[in-house]
Design a protein around this ligand. Sequence first.
Ligand code: ADP
Length: 485
Amino acid sequence: MSNLRVLSVASEVFPLIKTGGLADVAGALPGALAPLGIAVTTLLPGYPQVMDRLSGTQVVHRWPDLFGGPATLVSAEAAGLALLVLDAPHLYRRSGGPYQDAHGADWSDNAQRFAALAFAAAEVGAGVLGSDPPDVVHAHDWQAALAPVYLRFARAGRRRPATIVTIHNIAFQGQFPAGLLGTLRLPPEAFTIDAVEYYGQIGFLKGGLALVDQITTVSPTYAIEIQSSEMGMGLEGLLHHRSQVLSGILNGVDTEIWNPATDRHLVAQYDAQRLDGRQRNKAALRQRFSLSDDAPGPLLAVVSRLSWQKGMDLLLTALPRLIADGGQLALLGAGDAALQAEFAAAATRHPDRVGAVFGYDEGLSHLMQGGADMILVPSRFEPCGLTQLYGLRYGAVPLVARVGGLADTIIDANDAALAAGVATGFQFAPVAVHALEAALARAARIYRDKPTWRALQERGMATDVSWRRPAAQYAELYRSLAERR
Ligand code: ADP
């Protein structure tokens, strides 16, 4: 099997920089693909957090002016990843997040910042680095989605690799004023309904989806949902039109980082044969969240961005039910200030039953999976979702909304699934308070039936949530695209 070269383009890559699941995917997929003969190089912006961690750096290309300042492309290594880092100080060397400043406002030059990333990807794809150009350019989300657009317009006539755009969340599309067309080095002919024009603006994701060879998203169910007006967020028509080249491949998780038998963030390590370590983790978790240690029901964990998407308002409304069933809630999250205030108030009202930690804490998120009885994911939409996969692996039984990747990864403990011995968690639908409350009550009931509960945990822990299968699917897709060229 010959080696295939893939350029993966992403605005965040774990463990260098992360705000969500995209980073986990971009960070883990290269390692999973390597044994399959797929050599991935990852292109990402040179944020300070990234520049600080590079080793073996070598400048491989220079642009005297890349959207307002000089830029270099640096080949480097970090965290076992082969990288191309776009070092453009005028675009990326600033304190704050990858998309927003310290006050949570989008950077005003995000159009230039991510057009530059996609432009650099197109240049590499077109072969400006000389030897060994990539066979496939794989662009993740709107921040990279202009890559196929630049390959079509700015690099017309040059070598063209196969292209893929992966949608990790269609809620984020990257729309910018039409007046930026020239600034972004897009010719007037790119501003049509077949390319980047989107309701009178420039649509980064829209342009990519229109011109790319293959579209993937991160679960089979989400691939169908985004073709509907309820979930397509304006892009459903285009996606339906391109459904022949649209498919869903589930995310995996890094099973070395997420391994309860070796996880240093846990107070006690454990495995499926010996679950008793979970009790010590649970005690530590209760202490961390100042919860009492005598609640009769399950301890539920939430590790999430606090946003409308994640259904956190539904959870707030359902809290009395959870508490009435004897349950406890430990929430780790950051985001919407109003939601944060409401969870803080709930914790004040029920100090022994509800605890909240606001902010981003990778270590604590591990302890929560290793100590909570359940992980709760009541999302209104969820392209794949990772926290329920961590929950499966750690024996924190997932309770999830039946949407997107949550529908594809959890087997609901209904009577048939329990009788057949295949259930791994709880699903609820529709995504509404009454259905969430019913699922919470159902879970609390089964929690009291210890053998059944233990069986749920064991089956979850035996589920293969690694990258093995998804990586094989990506590899097959890359090969078939490269062959077709
Ligand atoms: P999304 O990408 O929409 O935020 P996912 O479930 O796909 O949702 O991925 C979220 C990732 O971010 C998971 O790895 C989760 O553990 C992590 N995460 C989310 N919020 C926090 C937080 N406050 N602290 C630590 N990790 C978090």
